[in-house]
Design a protein around this ligand. Structure first.
Ligand code: HEC
Ligand code: HEC
Length: 345
């Protein structure tokens, strides 16, 4: 499945680069409203130029660095096999998902939680820990949450290999800068709260066939990993991890789901549908998921750095947990602007 989509993606690349401008117009038309204003963000972006194209895997060098790049890529594609609960090199993950389930095509897909500019932007301040994290520590973050696992030693061959792969992938990017396509799609926010009930109907039409009626996904033949990864339940990503946030997920879903049908330049869902379905998937009242293990260490110790769509208080602003989680988001963004608070996504 990964191979097929990867090939299809490569075939589409030349066409995609040529339609950047058209795609932006299309995104606007699709939601039935004028093109969305850029989402305010604390990140410095380079919005000029074309979508970044990562190097082809055939160019990975045949030397000790290249060997680690290849191993890192293999780990990103087959994470559960190596470091899952029954992993061959260690038992670090708490579930059997692979990095590539979210970091699509091993982190090479535009607007698909890719690693285009990742190496160029670490070490980096992270609000959740209120610390500067290295890239290795950031990888461990995803191993702890969403993967419900335990961190790997930072000098382990596996962490070093994944860092090498991410460095190779973004080799042409500028230190400290974003590149075009390295984020989620920009969305126009509705001025009503996201509606999990409407999201349920969208889920039934567009998602159930692969992710299942109960969000359980579908195991592969020997249950060592997934053909279709789970979206909620005890084997899915954790509470408080990035995909558990409505906007973070909606921006990914609009550009990539339903899988193999939607593309960032050919979305299937409107902005409102993507937000509603993300609200349905991430609604804690109906869809339980694993909880954070270490409850003693609070997330976002400096609460002004909480993302706008983070559903757990306390906050620096007066808005409720429900409004942060489901919106409407614009009043929160406006309040942050007015009071010179960071606007984090
Ligand atoms: C359930 C989904 C999911 C899985 C599985 C997952 N991640 Fe992530 N990861 C995310 C999301 C969402 C983000 C935030 C992306 C963003 O902010 O655009 C992220 C961010 C990251 C970042 C920081 C990227 C950046 O540019 O700042 C790294 C590095 C990373 N993940 C590595 C990994 C690795 C390695 C694995 C496998 C061991 C993994 N992730 C598994 C969802 C996931
Ligand atoms: C045709 C099958 C298919 C359909 C339909 C589909 N997905 Fe997916 N989805 C996938 C596959 C496959 C992956 C993992 C991609 C990979 O590993 O390369 C995925 C990954 C995801 C992920 C990230 C991984 C995770 O488990 O958290 C999310 C979120 C997601 N899909 C949401 C949706 C939503 C919402 C819909 C409906 C709008 C949808 N998908 C429709 C096949 C599908």
């Amino acid at each position: 499945m990964i191979q097929v989509s990867k090939r299809a993606f490569k075939l589409m690349l030349p066409a995609m680069v040529g339609v950047v401008v058209a795609a932006q117009i299309f995104v606007g038309c699709n939601s039935g409203t004028p093109p969305a204003a850029p989402v305010a963000d604390t990140k410095a972006k380079t919005d000029t130029g074309e979508i970044f194209v990562p190097p082809d895997t055939s160019t990975i060098p045949h030397d000790p660095f290249g060997d680690m790049v290849r191993y890192g890529r293999d780990l990103v594609l087959n994470t559960a096999k190596y470091i899952g609960p029954n992993g061959t090199v260690g038992h670090y993950l708490g579930n059997k998902m692979n990095c590539t389930n979210c970091h699509l095509d091993a982190g090479t897909k535009p607007f698909g939680y890719n690693f285009f500019s990742t190496h160029a932007r670490y070490p980096q301040y992270r609000g959740r820990e209120n610390q500067i994290l290295t890239l290795g520590q950031r990888i461990n973050n995803c191993i702890e949450r969403p993967h419900s696992g335990t961190p790997m030693p930072l000098d382990s061959k596996e962490i070093v290999a994944i860092v090498c792969y991410i460095k190779w992938l973004g080799g042409n990017t500028t230190v400290g800068k974003h590149v075009k396509g390295d984020d989620g799609l920009e969305l126009q926010y509705p001025n009503r709260p996201a509606d999990p009930n409407q999201g349920a109907a969208i889920y039934a039409t567009h998602c159930t066939e692969c992710h299942g009626k109960d969000g359980q996904g579908q195991w592969n033949g020997d249950s060592s990993t997934y053909i279709y990864p789970p979206l909620w339940g005890k084997y899915s990503y954790q509470v408080g991890s990035s995909p558990h946030r409505v906007l973070k997920m909606a921006r990914f879903v609009k550009g990539n789901m339903p899988f193999n049908k939607a593309m960032w330049n050919h979305p299937i869902l409107t902005d409102e549908q993507a937000i509603d379905v993300a609200a349905f998937v991430n609604d804690d009242r109906i869809h339980p998921r694993p909880q954070k293990k270490d409850k003693a260490t609070p997330d976002y110790p400096d609460k002004k750095f909480k993302p706008i769509d983070y559903g757990y208080g306390p906050y620096e602003d007066p808005f409720s947990e429900t409004q942060h989680k489901f919106g409407p988001y614009q009043p929160i963004i406006d309040y942050h602007k007015e009071h010179k608070l960071p606007i984090v996504f």
